[in-house]
Design a protein around this ligand. Structure first.
Ligand code: 13P
Ligand code: SF4
Length: 309
């Protein structure tokens, strides 16, 4: 493993490549990354990089967003099958019909969707800026929000809007078990529950803090609490624990999980250190987006980045 890490570091230098990794990636991938962050942080980093090659250690929509921001750069993803249940739930044909049924609505899409869907959107948001992006739209203007109904419901509750929601969800965040969470909390009544807004409303109701992966890490850092039950993908625990070595972090239990008592995103975990190395050597698989789609999809992404400054 150490040898492979050294080879990756040498190759990055030789090829002027940068590795951008999401918090849900395996620890050894995070260790060779130049930047580890949430979806917004990763897009901001992609926007300002001067590397020739971006290796994106995350899922397809994240790498695609980096490509949209860097049309002239080579963007590579270790495993092209690293998708996302939210992105998969929202296909262009059906989404076109959906938006056509609400012609007077502004379309805001969560970044967890394909470039084709972004190309049909007025604004894009991530979990860390969704409320701000929604609030940037005048109150009298109706909104369609897609593809995450859980994030959409949460933002509706925070803003008092009545956004029309697409019926999509994250397989990982929908798998948290309320019964197991209650049982766990009974064992640790001194813990604070923190949750990602892709979780269902009943889970969010139990949380003392709700935010993006980066937001959750920051919260744990500044909180006076010593113990946290963490309702998001378990990969976050690696970086979180590095930031708060003396605090106790307990992954929230999911319904299916009898083995490791935590939730993992099978798509994120398709990337391995070996695939990162192979991908850097071959400079493939490469992310491509048609010029026509890219031109349209970049507009709402740029709007989001501007509103997030
Ligand atoms: P963040 O933007 O909070 O990192 O979330 C991305 C994601 O896919 C969560 O499942
Ligand atoms: Fe998509 Fe859920 Fe995996 Fe995030 S955790 S990439 S939303 S499937």
């Amino acid at each position: 493993m150490e040898g492979l890490k050294q080879k990756i570091t040498a190759l990055k230098k030789e090829k002027n490549a940068v590795i951008l990794a999401h918090y849900y990636q395996e620890p050894e991938i995070q260790e060779v990354a130049d930047f580890v962050g949430d979806s917004l942080g990763l897009s901001q980093e992609a926007e300002k990089t001067d590397a020739d090659i971006i290796l994106f250690a995350g899922v397809h929509f994240m790498a695609e967003t980096a490509k949209l921001l860097n049309p002239l750069k080579k963007v590579i993803l270790p495993d092209l099958n690293a998708g996302c249940s939210l992105a998969d739930s929202c296909l262009p044909g059906a989404f076109k019909t959906f938006t056509a049924a609400h012609p007077d609505h502004i379309v805001i899409t969560y970044v967890n969707c394909s470039a084709e869907i972004k190309a049909m959107s007025d604004l894009v948001c991530t979990s860390s800026n969704a409320e701000k992006i929604v609030n940037s739209v005048p109150e009298y203007v109706p909104i369609i929000f897609a593809p995450d109904k859980n994030l959409g419901n949460y933002i509706n509750s925070k803003t008092g809007r009545k956004m029309v929601l697409w019926d999509g969800s994250c397989v990982v965040h929908e798998a948290f078990s309320m019964d197991k969470l209650i049982a766990l909390y009974k064992q640790h009544p001194d813990a604070a529950i923190i949750a990602h807004p892709e979780s269902e409303a009943h889970i969010l109701k139990t949380a003392g803090y709700i935010g993006s992966t980066a937001g959750m890490i920051n919260y744990v850092k500044q909180s006076t609490k010593q113990k946290f039950i963490v309702a998001t993908e378990a990969g976050i625990l690696f970086k979180m624990q590095q930031e708060v070595p003396d605090k106790i972090l307990i992954p929230a239990p999911s319904v299916e999980d009898n083995t490791c008592a935590c939730s993992e995103c099978a798509y994120m975990k398709l990337n391995t250190l070996q695939k990162v190395y192979d991908c850097l050597v071959k400079e493939s698989p490469e992310i491509t987006v048609s010029e026509e789609v890219a031109k349209k999809a970049l507009i709402p992404i740029k709007r989001m980045l501007e509103l997030s400054k």
